[in-house]
Design a protein around this ligand. Structure first.
Ligand SMILES: Cc1cc2nc3c(=O)[nH]c(=O)nc-3n(C[C@H](O)[C@H](O)[C@H](O)COP(=O)(O)OP(=O)(O)OC[C@H]3O[C@@H](n4cnc5c(N)ncnc54)[C@H](O)[C@@H]3O)c2cc1C
Length: 399
Protein backbone atom coordinates (compact mmCIF):
# COMPACT_ATOMS: atom_id res chain seq x y z
CA UNK A 1 0.00 0.00 0.00
CA UNK A 2 1.46 3.45 -0.90
CA UNK A 3 2.46 5.61 2.05
CA UNK A 4 -0.43 7.62 3.49
CA UNK A 5 -0.13 11.39 3.42
CA UNK A 6 -2.39 13.17 5.88
CA UNK A 7 -4.11 16.41 4.91
CA UNK A 8 -2.62 19.48 6.59
CA UNK A 9 -3.16 22.27 4.09
CA UNK A 10 -3.34 25.03 6.71
CA UNK A 11 -0.43 23.72 8.77
CA UNK A 12 -2.45 22.78 11.84
CA UNK A 13 0.56 20.67 12.83
CA UNK A 14 2.12 23.90 14.05
CA UNK A 15 -0.67 24.30 16.63
CA UNK A 16 -0.25 20.82 18.13
CA UNK A 17 1.76 20.12 21.25
CA UNK A 18 4.36 17.37 21.32
CA UNK A 19 1.99 15.26 23.44
CA UNK A 20 -0.85 15.68 20.96
CA UNK A 21 1.41 14.64 18.08
CA UNK A 22 2.65 11.65 20.04
CA UNK A 23 -0.89 10.50 20.82
CA UNK A 24 -1.90 10.83 17.16
CA UNK A 25 1.20 9.22 15.73
CA UNK A 26 1.06 6.22 18.05
CA UNK A 27 -2.50 5.44 16.91
CA UNK A 28 -1.68 6.20 13.26
CA UNK A 29 1.25 3.81 13.30
CA UNK A 30 -0.77 1.09 15.05
CA UNK A 31 -3.65 1.39 12.59
CA UNK A 32 -1.25 1.04 9.67
CA UNK A 33 0.67 -1.88 11.12
CA UNK A 34 -2.01 -3.86 12.91
CA UNK A 35 -5.45 -2.90 11.66
CA UNK A 36 -5.33 -2.02 7.96
CA UNK A 37 -3.86 -5.40 6.98
CA UNK A 38 -6.89 -7.22 8.46
CA UNK A 39 -9.80 -4.82 8.02
CA UNK A 40 -11.00 -6.09 4.62
CA UNK A 41 -11.27 -9.69 5.81
CA UNK A 42 -13.21 -8.63 8.91
CA UNK A 43 -15.47 -6.40 6.84
CA UNK A 44 -16.29 -9.32 4.54
CA UNK A 45 -16.90 -11.67 7.45
CA UNK A 46 -18.85 -9.13 9.52
CA UNK A 47 -16.52 -9.57 12.49
CA UNK A 48 -14.42 -7.36 14.76
CA UNK A 49 -10.76 -8.29 15.49
CA UNK A 50 -11.23 -8.93 19.20
CA UNK A 51 -7.63 -10.06 19.59
CA UNK A 52 -6.56 -6.44 19.04
CA UNK A 53 -8.53 -5.08 22.02
CA UNK A 54 -5.58 -5.29 24.49
CA UNK A 55 -3.41 -3.35 22.03
CA UNK A 56 -6.11 -0.69 21.65
CA UNK A 57 -6.20 -0.41 25.43
CA UNK A 58 -2.43 0.03 25.52
CA UNK A 59 -2.81 2.98 23.13
CA UNK A 60 -5.13 4.60 25.67
CA UNK A 61 -8.08 5.01 23.28
CA UNK A 62 -10.72 3.84 25.80
CA UNK A 63 -11.92 6.95 27.64
CA UNK A 64 -8.84 9.01 26.72
CA UNK A 65 -10.17 12.24 28.25
CA UNK A 66 -11.32 10.69 31.57
CA UNK A 67 -9.08 11.72 34.45
CA UNK A 68 -7.94 9.04 36.90
CA UNK A 69 -9.09 5.40 37.14
CA UNK A 70 -6.28 4.29 34.80
CA UNK A 71 -7.46 6.55 31.95
CA UNK A 72 -5.15 8.80 29.97
CA UNK A 73 -6.73 12.14 31.02
CA UNK A 74 -5.81 13.77 27.71
CA UNK A 75 -7.00 17.12 26.41
CA UNK A 76 -9.71 17.34 23.78
CA UNK A 77 -7.39 17.77 20.80
CA UNK A 78 -5.31 14.68 21.60
CA UNK A 79 -8.46 12.64 22.23
CA UNK A 80 -9.96 13.90 18.96
CA UNK A 81 -6.82 13.10 16.99
CA UNK A 82 -6.91 9.55 18.34
CA UNK A 83 -10.46 9.13 17.05
CA UNK A 84 -9.38 10.57 13.69
CA UNK A 85 -6.67 7.96 13.35
CA UNK A 86 -8.92 5.09 14.40
CA UNK A 87 -11.52 6.09 11.84
CA UNK A 88 -8.90 6.37 9.12
CA UNK A 89 -8.74 2.62 9.67
CA UNK A 90 -12.50 2.07 9.76
CA UNK A 91 -15.55 3.71 11.29
CA UNK A 92 -16.21 0.38 13.03
CA UNK A 93 -12.90 0.65 14.86
CA UNK A 94 -13.64 4.19 16.04
CA UNK A 95 -17.18 3.11 16.94
CA UNK A 96 -15.77 0.34 19.13
CA UNK A 97 -13.66 2.87 21.04
CA UNK A 98 -16.50 5.43 21.17
CA UNK A 99 -19.02 2.98 22.59
CA UNK A 100 -16.54 1.77 25.19
CA UNK A 101 -15.08 5.17 26.13
CA UNK A 102 -17.36 8.07 25.22
CA UNK A 103 -20.62 6.27 25.99
CA UNK A 104 -20.27 3.43 28.51
CA UNK A 105 -17.25 4.68 30.49
CA UNK A 106 -18.40 8.29 30.30
CA UNK A 107 -21.81 7.35 31.73
CA UNK A 108 -20.13 5.63 34.67
CA UNK A 109 -17.70 8.52 35.10
CA UNK A 110 -20.41 11.19 35.05
CA UNK A 111 -23.21 9.42 36.91
CA UNK A 112 -21.68 6.50 38.80
CA UNK A 113 -20.87 6.19 42.49
CA UNK A 114 -17.22 6.14 43.54
CA UNK A 115 -17.52 2.40 44.06
CA UNK A 116 -18.97 1.83 40.58
CA UNK A 117 -16.18 3.92 39.06
CA UNK A 118 -13.51 1.94 40.89
CA UNK A 119 -15.00 -1.38 39.84
CA UNK A 120 -15.55 -0.61 36.18
CA UNK A 121 -13.38 2.23 34.85
CA UNK A 122 -9.87 0.78 35.32
CA UNK A 123 -10.93 -2.57 33.85
CA UNK A 124 -12.68 -0.87 30.92
CA UNK A 125 -9.65 1.37 30.25
CA UNK A 126 -7.60 -1.85 30.08
CA UNK A 127 -10.15 -3.46 27.77
CA UNK A 128 -10.53 -6.42 30.13
CA UNK A 129 -14.17 -5.43 30.61
CA UNK A 130 -16.31 -4.14 27.75
CA UNK A 131 -19.37 -1.94 27.92
CA UNK A 132 -22.25 -0.92 25.71
CA UNK A 133 -24.75 1.95 25.85
CA UNK A 134 -28.39 1.06 25.37
CA UNK A 135 -30.66 4.02 24.72
CA UNK A 136 -32.33 3.43 21.33
CA UNK A 137 -35.40 1.19 21.15
CA UNK A 138 -37.20 -0.36 18.19
CA UNK A 139 -39.84 2.40 18.29
CA UNK A 140 -37.73 5.28 19.66
CA UNK A 141 -34.66 6.40 17.71
CA UNK A 142 -34.57 10.15 17.04
CA UNK A 143 -37.00 10.60 19.92
CA UNK A 144 -35.37 8.57 22.70
CA UNK A 145 -37.26 10.47 25.40
CA UNK A 146 -40.31 8.34 24.54
CA UNK A 147 -38.51 5.13 25.49
CA UNK A 148 -40.61 2.29 26.88
CA UNK A 149 -38.00 0.35 28.83
CA UNK A 150 -39.15 0.27 32.47
CA UNK A 151 -37.36 -0.27 35.79
CA UNK A 152 -39.95 -1.23 38.38
CA UNK A 153 -38.80 -0.66 41.95
CA UNK A 154 -38.87 -3.70 44.21
CA UNK A 155 -37.91 -4.22 47.85
CA UNK A 156 -34.25 -4.88 47.02
CA UNK A 157 -33.71 -3.41 43.57
CA UNK A 158 -35.50 -3.16 40.24
CA UNK A 159 -37.21 -5.32 37.65
CA UNK A 160 -36.17 -4.27 34.17
CA UNK A 161 -38.42 -4.87 31.14
CA UNK A 162 -38.12 -3.75 27.54
CA UNK A 163 -36.04 -3.95 24.39
CA UNK A 164 -33.16 -1.97 22.92
CA UNK A 165 -32.05 -1.85 19.30
CA UNK A 166 -28.86 -0.95 17.40
CA UNK A 167 -26.60 -1.37 20.41
CA UNK A 168 -22.91 -1.29 19.50
CA UNK A 169 -20.85 -4.05 21.20
CA UNK A 170 -24.12 -5.35 22.68
CA UNK A 171 -23.25 -9.04 22.24
CA UNK A 172 -19.75 -8.79 23.69
CA UNK A 173 -20.25 -6.31 26.52
CA UNK A 174 -19.69 -7.36 30.12
CA UNK A 175 -21.98 -4.55 31.22
CA UNK A 176 -24.76 -2.66 29.47
CA UNK A 177 -25.61 0.90 30.46
CA UNK A 178 -29.37 0.71 30.09
CA UNK A 179 -31.58 3.78 30.09
CA UNK A 180 -35.05 3.13 31.47
CA UNK A 181 -37.93 4.94 33.12
CA UNK A 182 -38.39 4.25 36.81
CA UNK A 183 -41.81 2.97 37.70
CA UNK A 184 -43.10 3.17 41.18
CA UNK A 185 -44.32 0.71 43.63
CA UNK A 186 -43.65 1.16 47.27
CA UNK A 187 -40.47 3.04 48.04
CA UNK A 188 -40.23 5.15 44.90
CA UNK A 189 -39.91 8.83 45.42
CA UNK A 190 -42.91 10.16 43.44
CA UNK A 191 -40.67 12.87 41.97
CA UNK A 192 -38.37 10.30 40.40
CA UNK A 193 -41.19 8.12 39.06
CA UNK A 194 -41.15 8.28 35.26
CA UNK A 195 -37.66 9.75 35.23
CA UNK A 196 -35.07 8.28 32.90
CA UNK A 197 -32.23 6.70 34.88
CA UNK A 198 -29.17 4.74 33.89
CA UNK A 199 -28.59 1.16 35.13
CA UNK A 200 -25.54 -1.07 34.99
CA UNK A 201 -26.78 -4.44 33.80
CA UNK A 202 -24.19 -7.18 33.82
CA UNK A 203 -24.16 -9.91 31.19
CA UNK A 204 -25.52 -13.24 32.37
CA UNK A 205 -28.16 -11.45 34.46
CA UNK A 206 -31.17 -13.80 34.19
CA UNK A 207 -33.72 -12.38 31.75
CA UNK A 208 -31.13 -10.33 29.83
CA UNK A 209 -30.44 -11.56 26.28
CA UNK A 210 -28.66 -10.05 23.29
CA UNK A 211 -28.60 -10.97 19.61
CA UNK A 212 -26.42 -9.80 16.75
CA UNK A 213 -28.15 -7.77 14.04
CA UNK A 214 -27.40 -9.59 10.79
CA UNK A 215 -27.43 -8.26 7.25
CA UNK A 216 -25.74 -4.89 7.80
CA UNK A 217 -24.28 -3.47 4.60
CA UNK A 218 -22.52 -0.77 6.61
CA UNK A 219 -20.20 -0.87 9.63
CA UNK A 220 -19.68 -4.56 8.93
CA UNK A 221 -16.51 -4.67 11.04
CA UNK A 222 -18.53 -3.65 14.10
CA UNK A 223 -20.93 -5.71 16.18
CA UNK A 224 -24.41 -4.26 16.61
CA UNK A 225 -27.11 -5.92 18.66
CA UNK A 226 -30.63 -6.01 19.97
CA UNK A 227 -31.01 -6.39 23.74
CA UNK A 228 -34.03 -7.73 25.61
CA UNK A 229 -34.87 -7.50 29.29
CA UNK A 230 -37.58 -9.88 30.41
CA UNK A 231 -38.56 -8.89 33.94
CA UNK A 232 -34.88 -8.89 34.74
CA UNK A 233 -34.01 -8.58 38.44
CA UNK A 234 -31.18 -6.11 39.09
CA UNK A 235 -29.91 -4.97 42.49
CA UNK A 236 -30.40 -1.44 43.82
CA UNK A 237 -26.63 -0.98 43.40
CA UNK A 238 -27.09 -1.21 39.59
CA UNK A 239 -28.55 2.30 39.49
CA UNK A 240 -26.18 5.08 38.36
CA UNK A 241 -27.06 7.34 41.29
CA UNK A 242 -26.27 10.69 39.67
CA UNK A 243 -28.28 9.98 36.50
CA UNK A 244 -31.64 11.62 36.05
CA UNK A 245 -33.65 12.69 33.02
CA UNK A 246 -32.89 12.72 29.31
CA UNK A 247 -30.02 15.13 29.85
CA UNK A 248 -27.95 12.28 31.33
CA UNK A 249 -27.68 10.11 28.20
CA UNK A 250 -27.48 13.27 26.09
CA UNK A 251 -24.34 14.36 27.96
CA UNK A 252 -22.70 11.05 26.99
CA UNK A 253 -23.92 11.39 23.41
CA UNK A 254 -22.33 14.84 23.24
CA UNK A 255 -19.00 13.27 24.09
CA UNK A 256 -19.43 10.59 21.43
CA UNK A 257 -20.57 13.11 18.81
CA UNK A 258 -17.48 15.15 19.53
CA UNK A 259 -15.38 12.05 18.78
CA UNK A 260 -17.32 11.49 15.56
CA UNK A 261 -16.64 15.06 14.41
CA UNK A 262 -12.92 14.24 14.58
CA UNK A 263 -13.15 10.60 13.58
CA UNK A 264 -14.78 11.12 10.21
CA UNK A 265 -11.97 13.47 9.20
CA UNK A 266 -9.77 10.37 9.31
CA UNK A 267 -12.11 8.50 6.97
CA UNK A 268 -12.22 11.52 4.65
CA UNK A 269 -8.42 11.81 4.64
CA UNK A 270 -8.08 8.11 3.79
CA UNK A 271 -10.44 8.57 0.83
CA UNK A 272 -8.78 11.76 -0.36
CA UNK A 273 -5.32 10.23 -0.17
CA UNK A 274 -6.45 7.13 -2.02
CA UNK A 275 -8.11 9.21 -4.76
CA UNK A 276 -5.12 11.54 -5.11
CA UNK A 277 -2.65 8.70 -5.43
CA UNK A 278 -4.85 6.87 -7.90
CA UNK A 279 -5.36 10.02 -9.99
CA UNK A 280 -1.60 10.49 -10.26
CA UNK A 281 -0.97 6.96 -11.53
CA UNK A 282 -4.04 5.96 -13.52
CA UNK A 283 -3.52 6.75 -17.22
CA UNK A 284 -6.37 7.31 -19.67
CA UNK A 285 -6.18 9.13 -22.99
CA UNK A 286 -2.36 8.88 -22.61
CA UNK A 287 -2.14 10.97 -19.44
CA UNK A 288 -2.72 10.55 -15.72
CA UNK A 289 -6.37 11.26 -14.96
CA UNK A 290 -5.12 13.75 -12.31
CA UNK A 291 -4.22 16.02 -15.25
CA UNK A 292 -7.86 16.44 -16.28
CA UNK A 293 -9.64 19.53 -15.01
CA UNK A 294 -12.72 17.69 -13.76
CA UNK A 295 -10.64 15.31 -11.64
CA UNK A 296 -8.60 18.20 -10.25
CA UNK A 297 -11.82 20.03 -9.35
CA UNK A 298 -13.00 16.99 -7.40
CA UNK A 299 -9.70 16.69 -5.53
CA UNK A 300 -9.62 20.43 -4.82
CA UNK A 301 -13.14 20.31 -3.41
CA UNK A 302 -12.26 17.35 -1.17
CA UNK A 303 -9.12 19.07 0.12
CA UNK A 304 -11.05 22.28 0.85
CA UNK A 305 -13.85 20.53 2.73
CA UNK A 306 -11.45 18.38 4.76
CA UNK A 307 -9.48 21.49 5.71
CA UNK A 308 -12.67 23.28 6.80
CA UNK A 309 -13.71 20.22 8.83
CA UNK A 310 -10.29 20.17 10.53
CA UNK A 311 -10.64 23.83 11.50
CA UNK A 312 -14.12 23.22 12.89
CA UNK A 313 -12.91 20.26 14.97
CA UNK A 314 -9.86 22.09 16.20
CA UNK A 315 -11.83 25.12 17.37
CA UNK A 316 -14.50 22.90 18.92
CA UNK A 317 -11.76 21.20 20.94
CA UNK A 318 -10.61 24.57 22.25
CA UNK A 319 -14.17 25.49 23.25
CA UNK A 320 -14.54 22.09 24.93
CA UNK A 321 -11.36 22.47 26.95
CA UNK A 322 -12.43 25.99 27.93
CA UNK A 323 -15.78 24.58 29.09
CA UNK A 324 -17.75 26.71 26.61
CA UNK A 325 -18.69 24.10 23.99
CA UNK A 326 -22.47 23.76 23.82
CA UNK A 327 -24.50 20.92 22.37
CA UNK A 328 -25.27 22.97 19.26
CA UNK A 329 -21.57 23.55 18.58
CA UNK A 330 -21.12 19.77 18.67
CA UNK A 331 -24.19 19.25 16.47
CA UNK A 332 -22.74 21.52 13.78
CA UNK A 333 -19.39 19.74 13.77
CA UNK A 334 -20.92 16.22 13.78
CA UNK A 335 -23.38 17.10 11.02
CA UNK A 336 -20.94 18.96 8.79
CA UNK A 337 -17.97 16.67 9.16
CA UNK A 338 -19.92 13.48 8.52
CA UNK A 339 -21.49 15.05 5.44
CA UNK A 340 -18.18 16.14 3.93
CA UNK A 341 -16.59 12.78 4.76
CA UNK A 342 -19.42 10.96 3.00
CA UNK A 343 -19.03 13.26 -0.01
CA UNK A 344 -15.28 12.63 0.01
CA UNK A 345 -15.84 8.85 0.07
CA UNK A 346 -18.31 9.01 -2.82
CA UNK A 347 -16.02 11.27 -4.83
CA UNK A 348 -13.02 9.02 -4.20
CA UNK A 349 -15.05 6.03 -5.36
CA UNK A 350 -15.92 7.95 -8.49
CA UNK A 351 -12.27 8.88 -9.19
CA UNK A 352 -11.22 5.25 -8.79
CA UNK A 353 -13.73 4.20 -11.42
CA UNK A 354 -14.57 0.49 -11.46
CA UNK A 355 -11.87 -0.59 -9.03
CA UNK A 356 -13.40 1.79 -6.49
CA UNK A 357 -16.02 -0.83 -5.69
CA UNK A 358 -13.43 -3.44 -4.65
CA UNK A 359 -12.49 -3.98 -1.03
CA UNK A 360 -8.78 -3.93 -1.86
CA UNK A 361 -9.39 -0.17 -1.85
CA UNK A 362 -10.82 1.75 1.09
CA UNK A 363 -13.27 4.29 -0.27
CA UNK A 364 -16.31 2.06 -0.81
CA UNK A 365 -16.00 0.63 2.71
CA UNK A 366 -15.71 4.12 4.19
CA UNK A 367 -18.67 5.26 2.09
CA UNK A 368 -20.88 2.43 3.36
CA UNK A 369 -19.75 3.02 6.95
CA UNK A 370 -20.40 6.75 6.82
CA UNK A 371 -24.03 6.13 5.89
CA UNK A 372 -24.45 4.71 9.40
CA UNK A 373 -22.39 7.44 11.02
CA UNK A 374 -24.66 9.99 9.33
CA UNK A 375 -27.63 8.34 11.07
CA UNK A 376 -26.38 7.34 14.49
CA UNK A 377 -25.79 9.63 17.47
CA UNK A 378 -28.52 11.88 16.08
CA UNK A 379 -29.30 11.89 12.38
CA UNK A 380 -27.99 14.60 10.06
CA UNK A 381 -31.44 16.18 9.92
CA UNK A 382 -31.96 16.15 13.68
CA UNK A 383 -28.67 18.03 14.10
CA UNK A 384 -29.82 20.52 11.45
CA UNK A 385 -32.95 21.05 13.52
CA UNK A 386 -30.89 21.49 16.71
CA UNK A 387 -29.20 24.36 14.89
CA UNK A 388 -32.58 25.56 13.65
CA UNK A 389 -33.79 25.75 17.23
CA UNK A 390 -30.66 27.65 18.23
CA UNK A 391 -31.21 30.15 15.41
CA UNK A 392 -34.94 30.69 15.87
CA UNK A 393 -35.71 29.63 19.42
CA UNK A 394 -38.37 27.30 17.97
CA UNK A 395 -37.80 23.52 18.25
CA UNK A 396 -39.04 22.13 14.91
CA UNK A 397 -38.29 18.48 15.76
CA UNK A 398 -40.72 18.06 18.62
CA UNK A 399 -44.53 17.85 18.49
C1 LIG B 1 -24.87 0.98 13.14
C2 LIG B 1 -25.62 1.66 14.23
C3 LIG B 1 -25.11 1.68 15.53
C4 LIG B 1 -25.82 2.28 16.57
N1 LIG B 1 -25.35 2.23 17.86
C5 LIG B 1 -26.13 2.63 18.88
C6 LIG B 1 -25.74 2.40 20.25
O1 LIG B 1 -24.64 1.88 20.52
N2 LIG B 1 -26.61 2.75 21.23
C7 LIG B 1 -27.81 3.33 20.99
O2 LIG B 1 -28.54 3.62 21.93
N3 LIG B 1 -28.22 3.57 19.71
C8 LIG B 1 -27.41 3.24 18.65
N4 LIG B 1 -27.81 3.44 17.35
C9 LIG B 1 -29.13 4.04 17.09
C10 LIG B 1 -29.08 5.39 16.41
O3 LIG B 1 -28.67 6.39 17.31
C11 LIG B 1 -30.44 5.63 15.77
O4 LIG B 1 -30.50 4.79 14.62
C12 LIG B 1 -30.67 7.07 15.40
O5 LIG B 1 -30.88 7.86 16.54
C13 LIG B 1 -31.88 7.24 14.46
O6 LIG B 1 -32.98 6.55 14.94
P1 LIG B 1 -33.81 5.59 13.94
O7 LIG B 1 -32.85 4.71 13.24
O8 LIG B 1 -34.88 4.97 14.75
O9 LIG B 1 -34.42 6.57 12.84
P2 LIG B 1 -35.75 7.44 13.01
O10 LIG B 1 -35.71 8.23 14.25
O11 LIG B 1 -36.92 6.58 12.76
O12 LIG B 1 -35.57 8.45 11.78
C14 LIG B 1 -35.87 8.07 10.42
C15 LIG B 1 -35.77 9.34 9.57
O13 LIG B 1 -36.74 10.30 10.03
C16 LIG B 1 -36.09 11.54 10.29
N5 LIG B 1 -36.74 12.19 11.42
C17 LIG B 1 -37.07 11.66 12.63
N6 LIG B 1 -37.66 12.59 13.40
C18 LIG B 1 -37.68 13.74 12.67
C19 LIG B 1 -38.13 15.08 12.92
N7 LIG B 1 -38.67 15.42 14.10
N8 LIG B 1 -37.99 15.99 11.95
C20 LIG B 1 -37.42 15.66 10.76
N9 LIG B 1 -36.97 14.43 10.46
C21 LIG B 1 -37.09 13.49 11.40
C22 LIG B 1 -34.64 11.17 10.62
O14 LIG B 1 -33.76 12.27 10.41
C23 LIG B 1 -34.41 10.02 9.65
O15 LIG B 1 -34.07 10.54 8.38
C24 LIG B 1 -27.06 2.91 16.29
C25 LIG B 1 -27.55 2.91 14.97
C26 LIG B 1 -26.84 2.31 13.95
C27 LIG B 1 -27.42 2.33 12.55
Amino acid sequence: MPKFEAVDFYNLEELLTADERRARDAVRHWVEERFLPVVAQHYRAGTFPMELVPELAQLGVFGPSIKGYGCAGLGSIAAGLMMQELERGDSGLRTFASVQGSLAMMAINLFGSEEQKKIWLPAMAQGTKLGCFALTEPDFGSNPGGLRCRARKTADGYRLSGAKKWIGNGTIADVAIVWAKVEGEAGVDPESAGAIRGFLVEKNTPGFTSALIEGKLSLRAALTATLEFDDCAIPASALLPQSGGMKSPLLCLNQARYGIAWGVIGAAMACYDEARQYAMSRVQFDRPIGGFQLVQAKLARMLTEITKAQLLAHRLAQLKDAGTARHYHISMAKMNNVEIALDAARTARDILGGVGILDEHQCFRHMCNLESVKTYEGTHDIHLLVLGEQITGMPAFAG
